[in-house]
Design a protein around this ligand. Structure first.
Ligand code: ZN
Length: 375
């Protein structure tokens, strides 16, 4: 029996594996010692053997409520990730399985590798409508890439789309794949019209260091990037400072920050209702965006979400609040589920890369519906 996680985004610690019915595992903490929940590992050498995998410290993870009704993502080919019944009891996550092949992979959600990220950047740069910007380096010295779709002009709006501040929320980059694919499509008339009127600045992965390290929420210094937008520094959170500086230089009329939520089994928007500069104009724009997205894609809904911040009580270290206030613009956080969309459940696949990608495509419709009123 072998358990290993020494690969891109791997995270697990083998405590003991002598008894196939009592394989004991622990999720590793992010650097910074605060967060843990993301896991991704390979089990090999147990074909046709009944195994019980027990993640001992599931109850100590950042969001223990997330394990209720959770189903583990598993794969034999690392392409198709299907869901497997998973039990959460007394702080432990228990997976009973008989592997059908000599090796299989387990993950919190379908992983999105840095190699795939590099492919996404490379493919996009092959299109004439795309300009690549190297914003700078991450803490570990990786490239922080931004893609620019369309050409700036005096009457053009500047739209920002960022994902994976929290690296364990891999659904955010699956969303980006669909979104970018549609922006690149020369036969898609809506994308063409959008790029006639606006420039889209896209950062598909804000946290490549955390992604490859198998973190849930932090970068290589232990900074939770979505708590760094008020005072980012090159030492602690260069990823945020570099993107915020680019926004200051290029302008920002709209920002969508794509995430995943561990607990809620829905797709929803969290807005900047608590900022000092919240206005009826921003509220109307947000309502329009959400209504159009729900129409374009029934996997998005407007009933379930976070409680609204009280007026003036917004946490200004978060991207959405900082950007909405800084630019007096529509800025929102899009949350997708780790589990499934409870309104339209899929027991076999759960909330899947395919559905993330389709939701990303639908965002073009929603953006177009607010575009004429952004300024
Ligand atoms: Zn997040």
């Amino acid at each position: 029996m072998n358990i290993n996680c020494q690969f891109d985004a791997g995270n697990i610690e083998l405590v003991s594996g002598d008894d196939p019915q009592d394989i004991r595992l622990r999720v590793r903490k992010d650097v910074g010692d605060e967060h843990l929940q993301w896991f991704y590992f390979r089990l090999s050498g147990m074909r046709d053997v009944s195994c019980r995998l027990i993640i001992e410290n599931a109850g100590e993870c950042s969001y223990p409520k997330a394990w209720k009704d959770y189903r583990t993502a598993i794969s034999y080919d690392r392409e198709e990730w299907f869901r497997h019944p998973t039990e959460y009891t007394e702080g432990q996550l228990i997976i009973d399985i008989v592997p059908e092949q000599d090796a299989m992979w387990f993950a919190y959600f379908a992983p999105y590798s840095l190699e795939r990220h590099a492919d996404l950047i490379a493919e996009s740069l092959g299109y004439e409508r795309v300009t690549g910007h190297h914003l700078g380096l991450t803490v570990d010295g990786r490239d922080l890439d931004m893609l620019q779709f369309g050409t700036p002009g005096p009457d053009k709006r500047n739209l920002w789309f960022i994902a994976r501040q929290h690296p364990g929320e891999s659904m955010a980059e699956w969303w980006m794949e669909g979104f970018i694919d549609r922006l690149l499509d020369p036969d898609d008339p809506l994308s063409a019209v959008l790029l006639e009127k606006a420039v889209c600045y896209v950062v598909p992965n804000m946290n490549p260091d955390g992604s490859i390290r198998g973190h849930l929420r932090c970068n290589a210094t232990g900074a939770n990037l979505n708590r760094e937008w008020h005072e980012p520094t090159m030492e602690r959170s260069p990823e945020v400072l570099l993107v915020r500086n680019a926004m200051d230089a290029l302008g920002c009329d709209f920002c969508l920050d794509v995430h995943g939520d561990e607990e809620l089994p829905y797709n929803f928007i969290a807005g900047a209702e608590g900022i000092a500069g919240w206005t009826p104009r921003l509220a109307a724009l947000q309502a329009q965006f959400c209504a159009t997205l729900a129409n374009a894609n029934p996997d998005f809904q407007r009933v379930h979400g976070y409680p609204l911040d009280e007026p003036g009580k917004a946490n200004m270290t978060m991207c959405t609040n900082q950007i909405a206030q800084r630019f007096d613009c529509l800025a929102m956080t899009l949350e997708q589920p780790f589990k499934d969309n409870a309104d339209r459940p899929d027991l076999e696949m759960g909330w899947s890369p395919e559905r993330c990608s389709l939701l990303g495509r639908s965002a073009i419709d929603a953006v177009m519906s607010v575009l004429p009123k952004l300024r």
